[in-house]
Design a protein around this ligand. Structure first.
Ligand SMILES: Cc1ncc(COP(=O)(O)O)c(C=O)c1O
Length: 338
């Protein structure tokens, strides 16, 4: 068995990529059989954290910029602007670098030092929106700063991931198609974490074209308002939003499972210990959501996404001090968005 695996991988021919962007997508799918008993439910996870920028957001970043270059909406002189404190900003910085475009990322004081440094090392300019908006958060403040920069920079272009239809299309043509190619659509439930909802919207649309009966489950953070949740404090990045994204389409989502911070953290740790997968907060949240689904009425085959790696969460998910630190008073909102 072992010899066969070695033999077949030795025969596989590695292709030479023209740039790191050609390495986006075609991520592997693994069976989480150490966490979930496969005799009851088979849980398949697509390892989106293996994208070169470290997350699922590499896909829309590349797709949006290259679509813009193809249509002429973006040219070599274009200055890209976006509000992001995490994965999408890093993905855009990578894409902008390869295409030789200027990119300014608007962040806020909650952006972790590691992400700021990665952005700058990849050649992005960063602007920090220091003053909270009227909701006490920074999302509105960052958007206001983006709009100001669009006036200041000649030839500027706002990617606007929350409203950009190409964000969802990247996942319909990429993520969803790869899932269909690998599984022939032979599964019952698709589970994905949500923030801009680009992933769930795009994947659900394409899956439903092939298997209309598929059940789509969105995993949101407690405190997020995307699907009508009560606003509240959210400390983990990558999931949830403090406003409803323009892309959100509740008709495509059969069920929303809300996962709290402590459960997401605990599930991240079990994923690491049981499967050897060191992943970010939203991966813990989807694992927790799948666990609840499997406990209530075991579906036969579930497909989910593990969206980013654990390293950017050493000061949060994987920090005992963070877990022990008190959250703010109920009702206050830490604005998180990617
Ligand atoms: C780690 C992680 N998981 C999940 C998501 C949700 O993806 P989407 O914005 O497509 O809803 C994001 C978005 O930034 C993310 O960074």
């Amino acid at each position: 068995m072992h010899g066969k695996a070695v033999h077949s991988s030795a025969k596989r021919r590695l292709r030479v990529a023209d740039s790191v962007l050609d390495c986006i997508g075609q991520t592997p799918i693994v069976r989480l059989s150490r966490l979930f008993d496969s005799t009851e439910s088979e849980v398949l996870a697509k390892l989106e954290f293996l994208n070169p920028g470290g997350s699922v957001k590499d896909r829309p970043a590349r797709f949006i910029v290259e679509a813009g270059l193809a249509t002429g909406a973006i040219s070599r002189e274009t200055h890209l602007v976006e509000s992001s404190s995490g994965n999408f900003g890093i993905a855009l910085a990578m894409v902008a670098c390869v295409h030789g475009l200027q990119f300014t990322c608007v962040v806020d004081p909650h952006t972790c030092a590691a992400n700021l440094q990665i952005l700058r090392e990849l050649g992005a300019d960063t602007h920090i929106a220091h003053t909270p908006d009227e909701n006490g958060g920074f999302l509105g403040a960052r958007i206001a700063r983006v709009k100001q920069l669009l006036h200041e920079f000649p030839n500027s272009y706002w990617i606007n991931q929350y409203a950009n239809e190409l964000n969802a299309q990247a996942h319909a043509e990429g993520t969803a198609q790869e899932i269909l190619d690998a599984t022939d659509g032979d599964f019952e439930v698709f589970v994905a974490a949500v923030s801009t909802t680009g992933t769930v919207t795009g994947v659900a649309r394409r899956l439903r074209e092939v298997t209309p009966g598929i059940r789509v489950v969105a995993v949101d953070a407690v405190g997020s308002v995307i699907f009508g949740g009560t606003p509240g404090e959210r400390r983990l990045p990558g999931m949830g939003a403090s406003r409803v994204p323009e892309l959100a389409d509740p008709r495509l989502v059969d069920e929303v499972i809300y996962v709290d911070e402590a459960s997401a953290i605990e599930a991240c740790r079990s994923l690491a210990r049981a499967e050897g997968i060191f992943a970010g907060a939203s991966s813990g949240a989807v694992v927790e959501a799948v666990r609840r689904l499997v406990l209530s009425e075991p579906p036969q085959r579930v497909v989910t996404l593990l969206s980013d790696r654990g390293e950017r969460y050493l000061d949060s998910v994987y920090s005992n001090a963070f877990e022990a630190s008190p959250t703010r008073e109920a009702g206050s909102t830490v604005t998180r968005s990617d």
